[in-house]
Write a protein that binds this ligand. Sequence first.
Ligand SMILES: Nc1ncnc2c1ncn2[C@@H]1O[C@H](COP(=O)(O)OP(=O)(O)O)[C@@H](O)[C@H]1O
Ligand SMILES: [Mg+2]
Length: 226
Amino acid sequence: MLLDIREVKKQYQNPEGTETLEVLRGVSFQVDAGESMAIVGPSGSGKTTLLNLVGSLDVPSEGAVVFEGRDLSGLSGDELARHRNQSVGFIFQGHHLLPHLSVLENVLVPVLAYAAVTPVHEEKARKLLDRVGLDRRMEHRPGQLSGGECQRVAFVRALINEPRLLLADEPTGALDRTTADGLTALLLELNRESNTAMIVVTHAASLADRMQRQLEIADGLIHEAR
Ligand SMILES: Nc1ncnc2c1ncn2[C@@H]1O[C@H](COP(=O)(O)OP(=O)(O)O)[C@@H](O)[C@H]1O
Ligand SMILES: [Mg+2]
C-alpha cells in the first residue's frame, strides 16, 4: 500500500475564530502503488482540501496521512519538504509556470531544490518534453505557449523527480474538450508506464471514468462511487 488515509477530519475557522466549518468529517481510503483514482463531488465539498492534506500542503485537524508506512505528522519540516519534492508530483488547474524561465528551466525547477542540474537531468527533461510533443518548444517561455501546452509542461515538471504519487486538482478544468482529452490520454499513458499512482480531482466524466477507481465526497464523507 502506498497511501493510507485514516479517519481524516478537517475544520476551518472563520477569521474571527467564532465559527467552525467542518469540511471533512472522517475520511478513510487507501491507494496502492500505480493505482489511478478520481475524486469527484460538488463544488465546495472539500476535494481540494483533501488533496492538500494528501499532499502534505496542509495538516488534518484529526486523523492521519500515512505514506509508505510513515505517518506524515511525525516528519520534520525539512523531511516534509523533501517528501513533497521527491515523492509527490502536483498538477493544479492553472499551470503555475514561472514566466521568466524557459520551458526546459521550468521543468527542472523541482530538481534544483535538492541537486545541481546535470546533463542526465536535462536529458530526462528533454525526453519527457519530447514525449508530450514539446520538443521544439524547450527554449520558449510560458507566455509564448497555449494553455494546453503550458499544462503539458506542468505535467512534465510534476514527473521530473519520478514521484510515486501524482496529485492533480482539476488538471483539465481550464482547457477545451479536445485539449483536455489529449491530456487525459497522456496522463493515463504515463501512469501505466511509470507505475505512478494518481489521484485526480475532476468534474470531467471523460477523465474520471478512465481512472481505475472513483471516490465521491459528499457531506464531509467519502465513498466509492463505482
Ligand atoms: N483556508 C480555508 N479557510 C476557510 N475555509 C476554507 C479554506 N479552504 C477551503 N475552505 C472552505 O472549505 C470548503 C471546501 O473547499 P474546497 O476544498 O476548496 O472544495 P472543492 O475543491 O471541492 O470545491 C468550502 O466551503 C470552502 O469555502
Ligand atoms: Mg477545488
